[in-house]
Design a protein around this ligand. Sequence first.
Ligand SMILES: Nc1ncnc2c1ncn2[C@@H]1O[C@H](COP(=O)(O)OP(=O)(O)O)[C@@H](O)[C@H]1O
Ligand SMILES: Cc1ncc(COP(=O)(O)O)c(N)n1
Length: 271
Amino acid sequence: MKTALTIAGSDCSGGAGIQADIKTMMANGVFAMSAVTALTAQNTTGVAGILEVTAGFLKEQLDCIFNDIRPDAVKIGMVSSGELIRAIAEKLKEYHAVHIVVDPVMVATSGAKLISDDAIDILKEELLGIADILTPNILEAEVLAEMPIRTEEDMIKAAEKIGRYYHCAVLLKGGHQLNDANDLLYREATYRWFYGKRISNPNTHGTGCTLSSAIASNLAKGFPMDISVERAKSYISGALGAMLDLGAGSGPMDHAFAITGEYVKEAEKYR
Ligand SMILES: Nc1ncnc2c1ncn2[C@@H]1O[C@H](COP(=O)(O)OP(=O)(O)O)[C@@H](O)[C@H]1O
Ligand SMILES: Cc1ncc(COP(=O)(O)O)c(N)n1
């Protein structure tokens, strides 16, 4: 079985962060592992508090993981401080980690800031350069490309600028912010649009976490980058389209839409 690791923050309400990542990896058929960067107290209406782990303890988690079950892909989500970003960069280089997907999480769907301003500079200097693919949304891409993004032409310019600078692939998510649900993959001086119909579902808590984990899962399984993105896009559309409706705010998606009920058939064998 292929394995994937998420390095991210815990979302106690289960829709985003580590919880969304593990559900996604499991639904995409890989063994999921997690290194927690912070605990968040949040729900569908907002983030009430953040408690970071120490850099030393994050390194200890990464040592335990890499010295035992090597991940075939790594997804990095919320990392709120510069010290934690440095710890991750150091360990991923030390262990020659492969298939690194960085979701440069800055602001939650609910509007809460999930990274400090000085940490954004450290993210740019230390982490983005070791990624195989970055998955910014429009707001995050504006920060990374240092330009406003208002049109699909701007998306192309920004993705190219980020990809050339950090020598990696870039999936710029148009998502709910700019167009239907069309995302742009820039890679090796070419770009490709991944078109998606906008699903009329206000419950989009954790969409970014889910998409990046689905890409990591497919890379872990050995699919090439563009196929991994295509498969991840199908997965997120299915999870959103399942129209789960929980919580008072922007609720979570149904990560298990493709597997629910399958085990019933399997269980017949053991009766
Ligand atoms: N209403 C929607 N219908 C269909 N796809 C969506 C919708 N909202 C977001 N997506 C897709 O979900 C993925 C995550 O994008 P986005 O929500 O922009 O990320 P983030 O959580 O980082 O802001 C993208 O593939 C995007 O196109
Ligand atoms: C711990 C954690 N990590 C990330 C997000 C961003 O979620 P979204 O994918 O909705 O932007 C979040 N709300 N909480």
